[in-house]
Design a protein around this ligand. Structure first.
Ligand code: GDP
Length: 150
C-alpha cells in the first residue's frame, strides 16, 4: 500500500477576508495535497493564544493574537503521497516574512506582512496532529476515498 502523510494548515484572517481561500486551496491541491477535513472557524482570544502558546511573551504576541481573532480562519487537514507532507507544505507556504518568501510560494503571493502572512503550516507531524485536534474531532476527518460509480 502507498505511504501517505498528513499535515495541518490554517488560512489566516487576512487571506480569508481578501477572498483568497479558494485560490489558496487550489494551490494546495495543485501541489498534490488532498483535503481530508475543512472548516471555517473563528478563534476566541483564548484559542488564538493557546494555538500560539510558544510565542507567549514575545513582542509580537499581542499583535498576532489580535490579528488571528480579527476575522474568520479556514482550517484544513491535508494529506499527500509519501512521508513528507509537513516539509512539502512548508516549502509551498514559504518563509515567515512574505517579503523574504521565495517566488511562487503562497506567502509571497498572499502575505502582506510578517504578522499578516496569509497561512499557517505545521512544523512537525506531532504538532500537526496536536493543531488539527483543536479544530476537528476524529470523525470530522475523512478516511475514505470517494470513487464515483460509473
Ligand atoms: P511560521 O512557522 O513561519 O508561521 O513562523 P513561527 O512559528 O515562528 O511564528 C508564528 C507566526 O507568528 C508567524 O507565522 C507570524 O504570523 C508571527 N511571527 C513570527 N515571528 C514574528 C516576528 O518576528 N514579528 C511579527 N510581527 N510576527 C511574527
Amino acid at each position: 500500500m502507498q505511504t501517505t502523510s498528513r499535515t495541518f494548515t490554517l488560512i489566516k484572517p487576512n487571506a480569508v477576508a481578501a477572498g483568497a481561500t479558494g485560490k489558496i486551496l487550489d494551490r494546495l491541491i495543485a501541489d498534490g495535497f488532498r483535503i481530508r477535513a475543512l472548516k471555517m472557524d473563528f478563534l476566541s482570544r483564548n484559542r488564538a493564544a493557546r494555538f500560539y502558546t510558544v510565542h507567549r511573551g514575545k513582542p509580537f504576541f499581542e499583535d498576532l493574537v489580535r490579528f488571528m481573532t480579527s476575522g474568520a480562519v479556514v482550517a484544513a487537514v491535508l494529506e499527500r503521497d509519501g512521508e513528507r507532507a509537513v516539509e512539502a507544505l512548508r516549502t509551498l507556504v514559504g518563509a515567515t516574512d512574505p517579503a523574504r518568501a521565495a517566488a511562487g510560494t503562497i506567502r509571497r503571493e498572499f502575505g502582506e506582512s510578517v504578522t499578516r502572512n496569509a497561512i499557517h503550516a505545521s512544523d512537525s507531524p506531532e504538532n500537526a496532529r496536536e493543531e488539527w485536534s483543536r479544530f476537528f474531532t476524529p470523525d470530522e476527518i475523512t478516511e475514505i476515498d470517494y470513487t464515483p460509480e460509473v
